[in-house]
Design a protein around this ligand. Structure first.
Ligand SMILES: Cc1ncc(COP(=O)(O)O)c(C=O)c1O
Length: 235
Protein backbone atom coordinates (compact mmCIF):
# COMPACT_ATOMS: atom_id res chain seq x y z
CA UNK A 1 0.00 0.00 0.00
CA UNK A 2 1.32 3.43 -0.92
CA UNK A 3 1.97 6.21 1.59
CA UNK A 4 -1.06 8.14 0.31
CA UNK A 5 -3.29 5.13 0.95
CA UNK A 6 -1.95 4.85 4.49
CA UNK A 7 -3.07 8.45 4.98
CA UNK A 8 -6.48 7.84 3.45
CA UNK A 9 -7.26 4.73 5.48
CA UNK A 10 -4.94 4.81 8.50
CA UNK A 11 -6.82 2.19 10.56
CA UNK A 12 -8.03 -0.04 7.77
CA UNK A 13 -9.04 -3.59 8.68
CA UNK A 14 -9.18 -4.96 5.14
CA UNK A 15 -6.20 -6.40 3.31
CA UNK A 16 -4.71 -5.25 0.05
CA UNK A 17 -5.75 -7.95 -2.41
CA UNK A 18 -3.69 -9.03 -5.43
CA UNK A 19 -4.52 -7.82 -8.92
CA UNK A 20 -3.64 -10.60 -11.35
CA UNK A 21 -3.63 -10.68 -15.15
CA UNK A 22 -5.89 -13.41 -16.46
CA UNK A 23 -4.24 -15.04 -19.51
CA UNK A 24 -7.43 -16.92 -20.33
CA UNK A 25 -9.78 -13.90 -20.25
CA UNK A 26 -7.20 -11.70 -21.92
CA UNK A 27 -6.89 -14.06 -24.87
CA UNK A 28 -10.63 -14.74 -24.98
CA UNK A 29 -11.51 -11.02 -25.03
CA UNK A 30 -8.44 -9.86 -26.99
CA UNK A 31 -7.68 -7.32 -24.27
CA UNK A 32 -5.56 -7.05 -21.17
CA UNK A 33 -7.86 -8.34 -18.42
CA UNK A 34 -7.00 -8.11 -14.75
CA UNK A 35 -8.86 -9.65 -11.83
CA UNK A 36 -9.00 -8.11 -8.35
CA UNK A 37 -9.07 -11.02 -5.90
CA UNK A 38 -11.54 -9.76 -3.29
CA UNK A 39 -12.27 -13.30 -2.16
CA UNK A 40 -9.00 -12.96 -0.22
CA UNK A 41 -10.55 -10.42 2.17
CA UNK A 42 -10.95 -11.75 5.74
CA UNK A 43 -14.66 -12.41 5.11
CA UNK A 44 -14.15 -13.41 1.46
CA UNK A 45 -15.80 -10.39 -0.16
CA UNK A 46 -15.20 -6.70 -0.95
CA UNK A 47 -18.03 -5.87 1.49
CA UNK A 48 -15.48 -6.05 4.26
CA UNK A 49 -13.87 -2.83 3.04
CA UNK A 50 -16.82 -0.45 3.26
CA UNK A 51 -18.52 -2.10 6.19
CA UNK A 52 -15.44 -2.11 8.42
CA UNK A 53 -14.86 1.52 7.38
CA UNK A 54 -18.44 2.34 8.39
CA UNK A 55 -18.22 0.40 11.66
CA UNK A 56 -15.01 2.19 12.67
CA UNK A 57 -16.71 5.50 11.97
CA UNK A 58 -19.71 4.45 14.09
CA UNK A 59 -17.37 3.53 16.96
CA UNK A 60 -15.57 6.89 16.73
CA UNK A 61 -18.84 8.79 16.52
CA UNK A 62 -21.03 6.99 19.07
CA UNK A 63 -18.55 5.19 21.31
CA UNK A 64 -18.09 1.55 22.35
CA UNK A 65 -21.75 1.02 23.29
CA UNK A 66 -22.91 1.51 19.74
CA UNK A 67 -25.04 -1.36 18.48
CA UNK A 68 -24.51 -2.23 14.81
CA UNK A 69 -27.68 -3.38 13.07
CA UNK A 70 -27.68 -4.57 9.48
CA UNK A 71 -30.09 -6.26 7.11
CA UNK A 72 -28.36 -8.61 4.73
CA UNK A 73 -28.78 -11.89 2.97
CA UNK A 74 -25.12 -12.79 3.30
CA UNK A 75 -21.78 -11.13 2.73
CA UNK A 76 -22.65 -7.70 4.17
CA UNK A 77 -23.94 -9.32 7.35
CA UNK A 78 -20.85 -11.48 7.65
CA UNK A 79 -18.65 -8.40 7.20
CA UNK A 80 -20.63 -6.47 9.86
CA UNK A 81 -20.48 -9.39 12.29
CA UNK A 82 -16.75 -9.72 11.79
CA UNK A 83 -16.13 -5.95 12.10
CA UNK A 84 -18.16 -5.91 15.33
CA UNK A 85 -16.13 -8.78 16.75
CA UNK A 86 -12.82 -7.04 16.04
CA UNK A 87 -14.07 -3.68 17.34
CA UNK A 88 -15.81 -5.33 20.33
CA UNK A 89 -19.23 -3.95 19.41
CA UNK A 90 -22.68 -5.46 19.64
CA UNK A 91 -24.10 -6.50 16.28
CA UNK A 92 -27.48 -7.79 15.15
CA UNK A 93 -28.01 -9.12 11.64
CA UNK A 94 -31.52 -9.26 10.20
CA UNK A 95 -31.85 -11.95 7.55
CA UNK A 96 -34.72 -13.09 5.37
CA UNK A 97 -35.71 -16.75 5.46
CA UNK A 98 -33.72 -18.99 3.16
CA UNK A 99 -30.21 -17.90 4.10
CA UNK A 100 -27.96 -20.94 4.36
CA UNK A 101 -27.25 -22.44 7.76
CA UNK A 102 -23.50 -22.13 7.17
CA UNK A 103 -23.88 -18.35 6.69
CA UNK A 104 -25.93 -18.08 9.86
CA UNK A 105 -23.39 -20.18 11.76
CA UNK A 106 -20.55 -17.98 10.48
CA UNK A 107 -22.28 -14.81 11.74
CA UNK A 108 -23.10 -16.40 15.10
CA UNK A 109 -19.51 -17.58 15.46
CA UNK A 110 -18.45 -13.96 15.05
CA UNK A 111 -20.74 -13.14 17.96
CA UNK A 112 -23.62 -11.52 16.06
CA UNK A 113 -27.22 -11.87 17.15
CA UNK A 114 -29.42 -13.15 14.32
CA UNK A 115 -33.03 -12.22 13.61
CA UNK A 116 -34.79 -13.95 10.72
CA UNK A 117 -37.67 -11.89 9.38
CA UNK A 118 -39.63 -12.07 6.12
CA UNK A 119 -38.98 -13.85 2.87
CA UNK A 120 -37.13 -11.02 1.12
CA UNK A 121 -34.30 -8.69 1.90
CA UNK A 122 -36.61 -5.66 2.03
CA UNK A 123 -38.75 -7.25 4.73
CA UNK A 124 -35.68 -8.05 6.81
CA UNK A 125 -34.57 -4.46 6.29
CA UNK A 126 -37.90 -3.07 7.51
CA UNK A 127 -37.61 -5.18 10.66
CA UNK A 128 -34.04 -3.93 11.14
CA UNK A 129 -35.22 -0.33 10.81
CA UNK A 130 -37.86 -0.91 13.51
CA UNK A 131 -35.19 -2.30 15.81
CA UNK A 132 -32.97 0.73 15.17
CA UNK A 133 -35.87 3.11 15.82
CA UNK A 134 -36.51 1.39 19.16
CA UNK A 135 -32.89 1.33 20.38
CA UNK A 136 -31.11 4.65 20.99
CA UNK A 137 -27.72 2.91 20.81
CA UNK A 138 -28.38 1.29 17.46
CA UNK A 139 -27.19 2.44 14.06
CA UNK A 140 -28.23 0.94 10.76
CA UNK A 141 -25.18 -0.24 8.86
CA UNK A 142 -25.88 0.36 5.17
CA UNK A 143 -25.41 -2.55 2.78
CA UNK A 144 -24.90 -0.45 -0.35
CA UNK A 145 -26.18 3.13 -0.29
CA UNK A 146 -24.00 5.34 1.86
CA UNK A 147 -21.05 7.64 1.03
CA UNK A 148 -18.95 6.23 3.90
CA UNK A 149 -19.47 2.72 2.63
CA UNK A 150 -18.47 3.82 -0.89
CA UNK A 151 -15.40 5.53 0.55
CA UNK A 152 -14.32 2.20 2.05
CA UNK A 153 -15.06 0.22 -1.13
CA UNK A 154 -13.20 2.90 -3.11
CA UNK A 155 -9.97 1.67 -1.54
CA UNK A 156 -9.90 -1.13 -4.08
CA UNK A 157 -9.60 1.42 -6.89
CA UNK A 158 -6.68 3.10 -5.11
CA UNK A 159 -5.02 -0.30 -4.93
CA UNK A 160 -5.70 -1.07 -8.58
CA UNK A 161 -4.13 2.23 -9.57
CA UNK A 162 -0.95 1.26 -7.72
CA UNK A 163 -0.97 -2.32 -8.96
CA UNK A 164 -1.48 -1.87 -12.70
CA UNK A 165 1.69 -1.80 -14.81
CA UNK A 166 3.08 1.73 -15.00
CA UNK A 167 1.27 3.90 -17.52
CA UNK A 168 -1.75 1.56 -17.82
CA UNK A 169 -5.17 3.13 -17.51
CA UNK A 170 -8.23 0.89 -17.59
CA UNK A 171 -10.65 1.38 -20.48
CA UNK A 172 -13.41 -0.33 -18.55
CA UNK A 173 -14.10 -1.73 -15.11
CA UNK A 174 -16.52 -4.62 -14.80
CA UNK A 175 -18.28 -5.38 -11.55
CA UNK A 176 -21.28 -7.26 -10.33
CA UNK A 177 -24.26 -5.29 -9.08
CA UNK A 178 -26.74 -6.04 -6.35
CA UNK A 179 -27.73 -2.95 -4.37
CA UNK A 180 -25.08 -0.89 -6.17
CA UNK A 181 -22.61 -0.38 -3.32
CA UNK A 182 -19.65 -1.87 -5.17
CA UNK A 183 -20.40 0.22 -8.24
CA UNK A 184 -20.79 3.31 -6.04
CA UNK A 185 -17.41 2.63 -4.42
CA UNK A 186 -15.73 2.16 -7.78
CA UNK A 187 -17.15 5.46 -9.04
CA UNK A 188 -16.00 7.27 -5.90
CA UNK A 189 -12.57 5.66 -6.25
CA UNK A 190 -12.28 6.51 -9.95
CA UNK A 191 -13.13 10.13 -9.22
CA UNK A 192 -10.60 10.23 -6.38
CA UNK A 193 -7.75 8.90 -8.54
CA UNK A 194 -8.86 10.92 -11.58
CA UNK A 195 -9.46 7.78 -13.63
CA UNK A 196 -10.62 9.27 -16.86
CA UNK A 197 -9.83 8.37 -20.45
CA UNK A 198 -8.96 11.49 -22.39
CA UNK A 199 -11.31 13.50 -20.25
CA UNK A 200 -14.07 10.89 -20.32
CA UNK A 201 -14.87 8.75 -17.32
CA UNK A 202 -13.65 5.19 -17.55
CA UNK A 203 -16.56 2.96 -18.52
CA UNK A 204 -18.15 1.03 -15.74
CA UNK A 205 -19.95 -2.11 -16.83
CA UNK A 206 -22.18 -3.83 -14.35
CA UNK A 207 -22.73 -7.58 -14.39
CA UNK A 208 -26.22 -8.02 -13.10
CA UNK A 209 -26.96 -11.06 -10.97
CA UNK A 210 -30.58 -11.95 -10.31
CA UNK A 211 -31.80 -8.75 -8.62
CA UNK A 212 -32.83 -8.93 -4.98
CA UNK A 213 -36.01 -7.21 -6.01
CA UNK A 214 -36.73 -5.62 -9.37
CA UNK A 215 -37.47 -2.34 -7.61
CA UNK A 216 -33.73 -1.97 -7.05
CA UNK A 217 -33.08 -2.25 -10.73
CA UNK A 218 -35.66 0.47 -11.41
CA UNK A 219 -34.31 2.62 -8.59
CA UNK A 220 -30.75 2.32 -9.86
CA UNK A 221 -31.80 2.79 -13.43
CA UNK A 222 -33.24 6.18 -12.40
CA UNK A 223 -30.11 7.05 -10.48
CA UNK A 224 -27.91 6.08 -13.35
CA UNK A 225 -29.92 8.21 -15.73
CA UNK A 226 -29.82 11.17 -13.35
CA UNK A 227 -26.03 11.03 -12.99
CA UNK A 228 -24.14 11.83 -16.14
CA UNK A 229 -20.94 10.24 -14.89
CA UNK A 230 -22.59 6.85 -15.01
CA UNK A 231 -22.39 5.27 -18.42
CA UNK A 232 -25.57 4.03 -19.91
CA UNK A 233 -25.70 0.38 -20.84
CA UNK A 234 -24.78 -0.68 -17.31
CA UNK A 235 -27.74 -1.61 -15.19
C1 LIG B 1 -19.54 -11.20 -3.55
C2 LIG B 1 -20.46 -10.08 -3.96
N1 LIG B 1 -20.19 -9.41 -5.10
C3 LIG B 1 -20.98 -8.40 -5.52
C4 LIG B 1 -22.12 -8.02 -4.80
C5 LIG B 1 -22.96 -6.87 -5.29
O1 LIG B 1 -22.63 -5.75 -4.51
P1 LIG B 1 -23.60 -4.51 -4.30
O2 LIG B 1 -24.81 -5.00 -3.53
O3 LIG B 1 -22.79 -3.53 -3.52
O4 LIG B 1 -24.00 -4.02 -5.65
C6 LIG B 1 -22.44 -8.68 -3.62
C7 LIG B 1 -23.63 -8.30 -2.88
O5 LIG B 1 -24.09 -8.95 -2.01
C8 LIG B 1 -21.58 -9.73 -3.18
O6 LIG B 1 -21.83 -10.38 -2.03
Amino acid sequence: MSASQQDLYPNKLWVETPLIRSPHLSSHLQAEVYLKLETLQPTQSFKYRGITHYAQHALRTYGPDVHLVIASSGNAGIAAASAAKILKLRCTVFLPHGVSQSTIDYMRKEGAEIVIEGNYYLQARQAAQKAVDADPKAVMVPGYDDPLLWEGHASLVHEVQQQLPAGTRPDAIFCSFGGGGLAGGIIVGCKAVGATNNGRNARLELLLPIPVDERWAIHWRRRLESQPEWNDGGA
